[in-house]
Design a protein around this ligand. Structure first.
Ligand SMILES: [Zn+2]
Ligand SMILES: [Zn+2]
Ligand SMILES: [Zn+2]
Length: 379
């Protein structure tokens, strides 16, 4: 590694590059500036992510087009976050190469060198790296930088883009600008999520828990109770972990979660962001899980904690939080998970709480709710 590369490591993040480009010959982006400035080609007729002229739709955040393969990549990475709380991919082209990070504390966006150099001007990435406090093209007060022109009402466009292009069972809510974000109000049934949400900065530390209501038994809870306690922005529920004295059959937790969800969610057509998550710690039968998918109108994803080749813990998650699906470990064999469940039943050992496994699924909520300083941002 040469000295220059080494020095730059302090300032930049090296993202993973799992979502690599399609192997087809890559159109060149070097020509974008030439096409627009010299040949007077309209930027909406060029994919600003890769330089292709096969435009499928418009880029939701910046003026310019987007080709079909880039649209797919963009949708897949729209709400992906790394453990450090920043988005995993470039906000323009969705590559995961070396990234420049926006230092506005309310922003989580990243940009790759290539985008910045081709669309703003050559050498811009170097200048940005040398700056001690850089804020990004969506946060800067002026909308235009070289060819990079922020779209008006980009949050609404991002939502429209997702609703039009994604094959997701849920609409996404429009993301909320930082100055409008409020602390999240949480209803947590059976399993508690307080510690995880606090460590992510969504709940204020300390003993005042007005933001979160946790209930273990909801048998006698009626609609009026929930309406009096609410409104809520997030409803979490989980089956109790193994080793916990079951007072009810596992299906009971699902039915009660679904019942209370009807009381907690805003009326149909409401634009207010409302998120929910139901987690099964491998206690539901496969029939119960089918019922859950029917009731909650989505299939579960499997999230596991794997150490070497051993699955130490796993959960099934149903949720409308963006990008939860990207956490799915497709390799989780049904068989391995049922063995894990049987082992636990036999050993009667308390299993780790499911909440830790799903913690990072909540990171996309940073686009909707206020967050307090955390171990993530203060480090
Ligand atoms: Zn493209
Ligand atoms: Zn990029
Ligand atoms: Zn920013």
């Amino acid at each position: 590694m040469d000295l220059e590369e080494e020095q730059s490591m302090d300032v930049i993040l090296v993202g993973s590059s799992e979502l690599s480009c399609p192997p087809s010959p890559r159109p060149s982006r070097d020509l974008i500036a030439y096409e627009v400035r010299v040949k007077q080609r309209h930027i909406e007729d060029i994919c600003i992510c890769c330089g292709s002229f096969q435009v499928w739709t418009e880029h939701p955040l910046f003026e310019g087009g987007m080709c079909a393969p880039c649209k797919g990549k963009f949708l897949d990475s729209l709400f992906l976050y790394d453990d450090d709380g920043y988005q995993s991919y470039c906000s323009i082209c969705c590559s995961g190469e070396t990234l420049l990070i926006c230092e506005n504390p309310d922003c989580t966006r990243c940009y790759c060198f290539e985008c910045v150099d081709t669309l703003v001007s050559p050498g811009t990435s170097g200048r940005v790296q040398a700056m001690s406090n850089w804020v990004c093209f969506l946060c800067l007060p002026f909308p235009s930088n070289g060819l990079l022109q922020r779209r008006k009402k980009w949050r609404a466009r991002l939502k429209a883009f997702h609703d039009r292009e994604a094959e997701s069972p849920f609409e996404i809510y429009k993301t909320v600008p930082a100055w409008k974000r409020e602390p999240v109000r949480v209803l947590s049934l059976f399993g508690d999520i307080q510690e995880e949400l606090t460590s992510l900065g969504f709940l204020e530390g300390g003993s005042d828990h007005r933001q979160l209501r946790h209930l273990d038994d909801v048998t006698n809870v009626v609609r009026k109770d929930v309406e009096d306690w609410g409104p809520f922005d997030l409803m979490y529920g989980s089956t109790p972990p193994f080793g916990y004295a079951f007072e009810r059959p596992p299906g009971w937790y699902l039915f009660q979660f679904h019942r209370v969800l009807q009381y907690a969610q805003p009326r149909p057509g409401s634009r207010q962001p409302f998120f929910w998550m139901f987690v099964d710690n491998l206690v539901l039968t496969s029939d119960d899980r089918l019922v859950a998918s029917r009731f909650l109108e989505t299939d579960p994803v499997t999230i596991q904690d794997v150490c070497g080749r051993v699955t130490r813990n796993a959960v099934y998650v149903w949720s409308n939080i963006p990008a939860v699906r990207s956490k799915d470990s497709a390799l989780a064999a049904e068989e391995a998970l049922s063995l894990l469940a049987q082992d636990r039943l036999r050993a009667r050992l308390p299993a780790p709480a499911p909440a830790a496994l799903v913690k990072n699924c909540f990171l996309p909520l940073r686009e909707y709710f206020k967050y307090f300083s955390t171990e993530l941002t203060s480090s």
